[in-house]
Design a binder for this molecule. Structure first.
Ligand code: MG
Length: 248
């Protein structure tokens, strides 16, 4: 793995699409969520003005931009409101993509997940902070692992859970993966693997990074790439990458 500063213009000559994970890449990690009875409070993070400007600059330079996140569409639309004409949004770990106001659904998880909601909701544990509103996957924020959640999901061979040290993402194996969404976007935009650069920081980005022509990891302890960005740098990883791309 090379450091991002070793990246040359030659490394990106075929790149037409830049795909960004959100948490840990465009905003810092950590989601503030709280549930009390039927009231869920969820913080919307802001994309910094400098990152918004950099996304605009990337578009001007001819790159297409895709956001590929585990978050829900309502949240991503809010975060990227100012640049919605410049980005497409692939949400809930590759379940669907929003592009120019149109939603392309890539998977149907209904029949796989409908039976686990009730048992999951019944789990009472001091570690559980709340269910993040989602349409196609299930995300449960917890301060630490909860064995009862893992036991419920393990009984269903079609389902996975990913624990990323702040939440469980629960979805359908081989169907709700960031790479599935990426491949659909590549098809829509008529692009090949070598045309795609991806950046991500977490376990749910592994399949995403392995599907990009140029892969950048923002946490090399969790996911491998062709290049890495320092996790604890002064700037967020997406900013460092965009600075580099804009310098060519
Ligand atoms: Mg992330």
């Amino acid at each position: 793995m090379k450091h991002i500063q070793e990246m040359t213009k030659k490394d990106v000559r075929d790149v037409k699409l830049v795909v960004f994970d959100v948490d840990g890449v465009l905003v810092s990690r950590g989601t503030k969520i709280k549930t009390k009875g039927n009231i869920t409070t969820l913080e919307t993070k802001k994309i910094s003005e400098e990152n918004i400007n950099h996304i605009r600059q990337l578009r001007k330079k001819g790159f297409q931009v895709n956001i590929n996140s585990g978050r829900g569409l309502y949240m991503l639309q809010e975060m990227f409101r100012e640049v919605l004409d410049s980005v497409s949004l692939t949400f809930e770990n590759g379940s669907a993509t929003w592009m120019k106001g149109k939603v392309y659904q890539h998977v149907n998880s209904f029949s796989f997940l409908r039976d686990v909601y009730a048992p999951l909701k019944r789990v009472k544990h001091k570690n559980i902070k709340g269910f993040e509103p989602k349409e196609f996957i299930i995300t449960i924020h917890c301060i630490d692992r909860v064995k009862a959640i893992e036991r419920i999901i393990s009984k269903h061979k079609d389902l996975y859970y990913v624990w990323n040290s702040e939440a469980y993402d629960i979805g359908v194996k081989k169907k709700q993966m960031k790479s599935i969404g990426l491949r659909k976007v590549m098809k829509l935009l008529k692009l090949k693997k070598k045309n795609v650069m991806v950046i991500g920081d977490n376990y749910n980005d592994r399949d995403l990074l392995s599907n990009g022509g140029v892969a950048i990891t923002a946490d090399k302890s969790r996911v491998k790439g062709d290049f890495y960005v320092d996790l604890s740098g002064e700037q967020l990883p997406a900013y460092v990458l965009m600075e580099k791309l804009l310098s060519f």
